[in-house]
Design a binder for this molecule. Sequence first.
Ligand code: ME8
Length: 655
Amino acid sequence: MAKKEKPTFYITTPIYYASGSLHIGHCYTTVCCDAIARFKRMDGYDVFYLTGTDEHGQKVQQAAEEHGVSPKAFVDSLADRIKALWERMDISNDGFIRTTDEDHEKAVADIFTKLYEKGDIYKSEYVGKYCKPCESFWTDGQLVDGKCPDCGREVEEAKEECYFLRLSKYADRIRKLLTETDFLQPESRVKEMVNNFIDKGLTDLAVTRTSFDWGIRVPFDPKHVIYVWIDALPNYITALGYGHGGKNFEKYWPCDMHVMAKEIVRFHSIVWPAILMALDVPLPKRLYGHGWIMLDGDKMSKSKGNVVDPFILTDRYGVDALRYYLLSSMPFGEDSTYTNELLLSSINNNLVNDLGNLVRRTLAMSKQYFDGDITKPKSDTVTQEDKNFQKAIDSLLPAVRADVDKPQLSKALEKIFGVIDLANKYIDLNKPWVLNKEGETARLNAVLYHLLEAIRVCANLLLPFMTKYPRRIFDGLGLSVPDGFDGAKYGVVKAYKTTEIEPILNRLDIKKELAELEKIAEEVNGKKGKQDKKENAPENKPKGEDEKMEEITIDEFFKTELRVVRIEACEKVEKSKKLLKSTVFDGTRRRTIVSGIAHVYKPEELVGKNAALVANLKPAKLCGILSEGMLLCSSGEDDLPHLIEPLGEPGDKIC
Ligand code: ME8
């Protein structure tokens, strides 16, 4: 009989810029996609999971120049580091595309020519505002307070001869796609796209540049380089062989799920469908725009330098801890704040206490009371309560499957940990040690069997989420690791032969760990805490580059309004070791300012002091508190912030 073909499932991450090391924000997307890919494989799908690197563009060229290496050497080094990170995180990707791959470059050049010949790409002149770090042109209507709507930085006037993609032609179809189908999720992203872009009128998109040359050249007009999005987005089809005869395109396209964070949903939900419509290629089935991992009230971001290094975290706590934290801490679609405290408590509470203790206690009791031989109980030893427990175990797979499909991975984990919690309560309720004392051997066996079944099903369902501990649990259960979910229900195992296993994680001393992590961060970030410089440095970076200082004009400097303020009140910010919240008087009003100086100053030491305020800084939330400016500090040999205390009265200008 012919083997039945498995249904296919194609899932992608964005291709990450090869301009610096990746951080736990990138790990978030990649680990989420990995958990989904692993789940789908175990659930009977033929999965293709794609990730990769976006290696062309001005940003990469500049970064390479800064490090004194060729763009190719620079991206080669970063691509290797990114691959090493995915290996470390146990990412099970089936493909890794680099936009410098020859096949991709050729396919993109062909796509460009095809669209030009169809009239969907045309030549004209671009005049507008350009955000260099985001490599995006913006219309005046799209700017927020005159600044880049994505990163909030200054934009500059730019004028350039360009080729344009005729986005306007597809506006109606794209509006329908977004508003009449469930193509883009979650729903909130649809509103953002429609309100911010479609309702404002889709303008044609500049898709080439002449200002740099690190990219794919327009085949029929080589002074133009194909700009980053038209080069990057087609990776999702070129990686499958589109345009160069690969069989995977027919097999896996259209994509089941493109996953990304919200800042690039615009390109994926508007530009990408327009390119595909122009190419007459079927559209992907679903896009998912998740939220951001925030750090100190700001998006964790390579270009802002406020990043957390996944290599360091996994060195200390292992891959499962970081995977679990990322997958469980953030409802898919919403933002969430990363702190070391949250990571460490999630390890202690969920992995060590809830899961670790359940496994340890159950295996220890099985060994102690039955030398590891536990058998399926006869129905006369099964109570109503056992039946309820069985039901909870049996309902887990369909519930987790539904959450993975949404995808709501934190909810899926909540459900698995709900059964783990039930199992811990079941131990406390049934008190196996009392049953043992009273010689209730049959009941004791039944209780331990139920616990082992709960552990087995939970470990089975945890396999896509964590890659180490669930496998070790199967060693303890004396069973081989399942490659699917057929057995993920109560009563499948007739007899257990268990052994005790080493825990994967021991309880952490949170205070000590926090101090250690802070020390490591200081060492890694270097004297000035400039992680952005550190992380942009491939191994072959020449010495002395860090000292290069960016120059600004006097006009740029005068945009900063500096004033004398008096600190009238000051207190520590709860849940933060570094932050102080001050109330300052600026001559006309009182403002709240949050500063990272709690490790140097006690709040009472600051009250009554003068300080130098950056008065026209855009307010920003730090630990949930809106800070309306910044107090200037100097930093000397000790690398600690020292408050600058100007003479004068509140409101005096500093110039
Ligand atoms: O945008 N929180 O690449 P990129 C959550 N090359 N996710 C985050 C994150 C954070 N703080 N920071 C980054 C690009 N990410 C383009 C993509 S695709 C055709 C081209 C994740 O290196 C998230 O998935 O800036 C986000 O969309 C992506 O990294 C941006 O990666």
